[in-house]
Design a protein around this ligand. Sequence first.
Ligand code: CO
Ligand code: ZN
Length: 338
Amino acid sequence: MTELDLLQKLADAYGPSGHEDEVRNLLMEVLKGHVDDMQVDPLGNLLVYKKGRSGDGSRVMFAAHMDEIGVIVVDIDEKGFLRLQPVGGVNPLVLLGQRVQFPGGIVGSIGVEPVEDPKEIKFPKLFADIGAKSKEQAEKAVGYGTMGVFYAAFQERDGIASGKAMDDRSGCAILAQALLEMKDVGNEVVAVFTVQEEVGLRGARTAAFGVDPQVGFAIDVTATGDTPKAQPMAVSLGKGTAIKMKDQSLVTPPFIRDLMVERAEKRGIPYQLEVLGYGGTDAGAIHLTRAGVPSGVVSLPTRYLHTPAEMIALADLRASIELVKALAEEPILLPSRV
Ligand code: CO
Ligand code: ZN
């Protein structure tokens, strides 16, 4: 399977927070026979082990989250219209004119009550219409608490891919592909495909406690500053993987930044330095585990985050795979603090 096929399969899968089974099964199928061991922990994180050669490397945890943002059914009215709340960071304006998919191939169109001012468009004004003729029919098809995700076709042309859930199925594709390709691994690698990142980095928190790593890296999407009148940000689509310096959840330690930059330069991997003014990644949870875990983030520049039209460049995907391999393969020697 090419990395493009892998990305498409992962992006098309249904997997809102806490319902990552389809994504996890896909990853297990792809990785089976290519890694030393796989485990699913109590919350549903998939832990994948690459033992590597014995030596002086570190226990390194990589994390990419399997879940995607979505909506949850909170009420169904007499006519069968579904009322929704967000699961993760969903802007109600982004839902306008969209469809959402529920399990079982059920697709709903998003409608909105008449409003005087677009500012009034909040979740209580929205509903999903699955074509049900009654409350009973709707309840049978989609029960209370069922989650829906964006319904959007994956598309790729000239190395640019777009669709739903690039956040963070592209990170899952990067980590899985890196696991398939990495050789002569000089660290003890534990790759974790995490659950429930979009609702608060929950899977990464418990996984990191269990793994007890010496160093951690999240692999996740980041924004870009290269669209019309975008907020100032020195990250562009297609200019390489991004090495995070800071977001709202993490300040990357300078020695982690230097390590990432050195390895990118040594292998000729195109990279950019990233400062994101908002948001966070699994590294935000990992680095606060136990007595603390120095952590960094391999970021994938992505436009139109948290919409059904998230856009990435395959060249950046490849650069990110190469950086993950570089971090896993060469032993990471932690500086002594004493
Ligand atoms: Co996200
Ligand atoms: Zn993400």
